[in-house]
Design a protein around this ligand. Structure first.
Ligand code: APR
Length: 399
């Protein structure tokens, strides 16, 4: 195997150039810690891949703290209203006046990733694009290495002192964990969404959550010309199964367009089916290998927590790595997992609560109808109880 030159012991190899990997890379680079980001996709794909786009106030604070918020400050849109629609009517919550008074910033993730990438490269950071990490070897030692498949198919190997797994739930970091080294907590919520990106202006000035007997529908503005929609569908539905006309008719019906105003229609430019699942790995570390972002735990998109957790965990790990590699203090690394897991579980709990709030009965048996009555009672409480609204705002806008 044609080995790459051996890296010095102060290196960190970061797997993945998503929010987690690029925030981590930038923070290490800023503090003089040598690192390299290995990314299996081409740069153009990384910079155009539409993902989330709903940044919590704490995420903006983290990015501002490290001088990484210029783009989102210029182009991000503040957002603080969500609207619930259902058989019992509709109501709006302006959560900037509730809970801790925080709001979101809507900023398409591909723009944030592009900003982070540009900044990292401009400051001398290195990204090996089209380079797929295959296996992390020796994670239980102080000399881990990462075998890679390079752009031309050649095998390669990177040696490091630490490896940060920021390569998502299907990445090499998770695959390389020795059996029994971590526990995986997993939940399949039994719900499937067809995620859509439409070339159409937003139809509401709010994040829309519609609960209908035919299923859930969601509306989230991305930009003034692009809107994200979700429509619940049967598990196993292929992404291209529904015609555009059927999609818009179904969205209109579930969002009660006849009652509250028609949706702005347009060309659907991207589709994807997502089974709502969640998982958490414990601990988030095995020896010299650390898990960050989706690699640490997958949060369902019901409350848009994934990218926000990724940024939070990346900052915590960056500080711990700098303390160890620059100051010789490994305390932060030893507590990395214990510090991140409470945030991860809080996000999982709220996302799970949102899933239960937004999806009607899965059947017509007594238990399903009982749970649906619970759901309608929760919605009614959210509509009328200020303390419940404060609780919702704190968890919805917070991380
Ligand atoms: N080798 C190298 N790169 C890899 C590998 C691999 N074996 N496997 C995956 N990757 C890359 C992907 O191409 C992607 O660019 O790792 C990156 C992972 O990025 P994300 O999936 O965005 O994960 P993360 O940074 O943890 O961000 C999590 O952001 O994408 C949103 O909301 C989404 O919850 C998610 C959040």
């Amino acid at each position: 195997m044609a080995d790459r030159q051996t890296r010095s012991t102060t290196d960190v190899v970061v797997l993945g150039a998503g929010p987690a990997g690029l925030v981590l890379g930038n923070l290490l680079q800023q503090r003089g810690v040598d690192c390299v980001v290995l990314e299996r996709a081409e740069r153009a794909h990384v910079e155009t891949r539409a993902r989330a786009g709903f940044l919590a106030a704490n995420t903006v604070r983290i990015l501002e703290r490290h001088g990484l918020a210029e783009g989102l400050r210029r182009h991000g849109q503040p957002h603080s209203v969500c609207e619930f629609r259902g058989a019992d009517g509709r109501f709006r919550l302006d959560y900037s006046g509730l809970g801790r008074g925080e709001r979101h910033t809507v900023y398409p993730q591909q723009q944030l990733v592009s900003d982070l990438l540009t900044r990292f490269l401009a400051s001398g950071g290195r990204v090996e694009f089209a380079t797929e990490a295959v296996t992390v070897l020796g994670s239980g030692t102080e000399r881990p290495s990462v075998t890679v498949r390079e752009a031309d198919g050649r095998p390669g190997r990177w040696r490091a002192r630490y490896v940060a797994g920021c390569d998502g739930r299907h990445g090499a970091a998770r695959r390389s964990l020795p059996p029994g080294s971590v526990r995986r907590h997993h939940c399949d919520h039994g719900v499937t969404w067809l995620g859509l990106l439409a070339e159409a202006p937003p139809s509401l000035d709010a994040v829309g959550y519609a609960v209908h007997e035919r299923g859930f529908a969601g509306h989230m503005a991305r930009t003034s010309e692009i809107t994200r929609y979700y429509v619940q569908c049967e598990r196993g539905t292929p992404a291209d199964a529904w015609s555009e006309e059927r999609i818009w008719d179904e969205l209109e019906l579930r969002m009660r367009g006849a009652e509250y105003g028609p949706l702005h229609r347009g060309r659907i430019v991207r589709r994807g089916v997502v089974d709502l699942e969640s998982d958490v790995l414990e601990p988030l570390r095995h020896g010299s290998l650390f898990l960050v972002g989706d690699a640490a735990g997958l949060v369902s998109p019901s409350a848009a927590k994934g990218a926000n957790l990724a940024v939070l965990e990346a900052e915590i790990l960056a500080e711990a790595l700098v303390d160890d590699l620059v100051h010789g203090d490994s305390g932060g690394l030893d507590t990395y997992s214990a510090r991140c897991l409470p945030y991860l579980w809080r996000a999982q709990e709220f996302s799970h609560w949102m899933i239960r709030l937004l999806h009607g009965p899965s059947g017509s048996d007594g238990t399903s109808l009982f749970h649906d009555s619970l759901r309608r009672s929760r919605i009614a409480s959210l509509r009328t109880s200020r303390s419940h609204q404060d609780w919702f705002a704190e968890h919805y806008a917070g991380v």
